[in-house]
Design a protein. Structure first.
Length: 367
């Protein structure tokens, strides 16, 4: 069986100069001039780089089943993503947004122990929000390699006090958990998004809780949805295997009653993937727009940055973190999840200025 994938590429700074030769990417600030067509079966992978202006003729020459698949993927790629409704907050996805990380854990790989005191964590989150972060993502259990599991009660004790304080202050809050009871407690405390590294598969009640909440949900790829999310990371071709897995999972969640416009996808950088796997996904990130969901990207302070730059201390990976976030933005990521929100927001603002100066400013809404 041949599987088909489309990757938008050949991004242009000023679409007004190339009318009819480029398409807008998923309602973002990016336009692409070429489409990489990939046809993959068990024995080979074929690729064709097709200019947008020649796409209709190229697709028309394909067999009917191929034409239908290409039409579906291209429609997903160009369809604008609806804004996320997070309680009273409307998070627009026509410009890149920053999700700021607050871990209330003693053992997270980057900031473990830093935010155990709710007062300190509240101050840190407030600074991120003032800088321009749109969402605060709060997690109470480390999912780094070899991290110990903790009980639901302990995880709730870590996250609920902070969520309550930030919700009272008017923040848009995401709960980073794979446990249904923690989702429920966090939502009751004021969280309005669920970010689950197991894509609602670790806990058999998670899908029901997410559906009933009507909150946006992040479905992340990991090779295992058991206790160790890093286990069993073996792929034929990681870029397409992750796409296939996410496409199936989005369909399952949608069939269970969740609207696709409330589903975000995350390819799961650093979860059960080698350095080569991570780099392949990052270089081909735009392919995941073919899932028809908002795209979230998170590589902040991760080990791959240290591997490429000899920065063993996670706190010394600021430059690499910002570069990877901006690389994702330049491939149309709708949300970047970061530890260093202040610096990332500034980088995005400069990028926005460059985009405006290229000549398409009136099309871009203010941040």
């Amino acid at each position: 069986m041949t599987k088909i994938y489309l990757r938008p590429t050949g991004f242009v700074e000023n679409p007004q100069r190339h009318e009819g030769e480029c398409l807008r990417l998923a309602g973002t600030l990016l336009w692409f001039s070429h489409i990489e067509y990939v046809a993959r079966d068990v024995t080979s992978t074929q690729r064709h780089l097709v200019p947008v202006r020649e796409w209709d003729a190229f697709a028309a020459a394909l067999p009917q089943i191929g034409r239908a698949r290409c039409a579906l993927l291209l429609q997903r790629i160009i369809t604008p993503r609806n804004a996320l409704q997070m309680g009273a907050h409307t998070i627009r996805l026509d410009a890149p947004q920053v999700m700021a990380i607050i871990n209330t854990t003693p053992d997270s790989f980057s900031d473990g122990g830093k935010n155990l005191d709710p007062e300190i964590a509240t101050e840190a989150a407030a600074a991120m929000l003032r800088a321009g972060a749109s969402i605060i993502d709060i997690g109470g259990e480390s999912t780094r390699p070899n991290a110990p599991l903790i009980g639901e009660g302990e995880e709730l004790d870590r996250v609920v006090p902070l969520i309550r304080k930030l919700a009272q202050a008017g923040a848009a809050i995401s709960i980073d958990t794979r446990k249904a009871s923690v989702m429920e407690g966090a939502l009751q405390a004021g969280a309005t998004m669920i970010n689950d590294i197991s894509a609602l598969l670790y806990d058999e009640r998670a899908l029901e809780v997410a559906r009933n909440s009507n909150a946006p949900v992040v479905l992340m790829h990991a090779p295992s949805q058991g206790a160790d999310p890093h286990k069993d990371g073996v792929y034929d071709d990681v870029v397409y295997d992750v796409f296939d897995w996410l496409e199936q999972r989005v369909s399952e969640v949608e069939a269970a009653g969740m609207s696709r416009d409330k589903i975000l996808v995350d390819p799961g950088i650093g979860f059960g993937k080698t350095l080569a796997d991570n780099l392949a996904i990052i270089n081909n990130l735009a392919i995941y727009h073919g899932l028809g969901c908002a795209l979230l990207f998170g590589a902040s302070r991760k080990r791959l940055i240290g591997a490429l730059s000899n920065a063993e201390d996670a706190k010394g990976r600021l430059g690499g973190s910002i570069f990877l976030a901006m690389n994702a933005v330049e491939q149309g990521a709708h949300i970047v999840r970061v530890h260093d929100a202040v610096e990332t927001v500034q980088a995005i603002q400069v990028w926005r200025g460059l985009r405006d100066a290229a000549g398409a400013g009136p099309l871009y809404p203010p941040m």
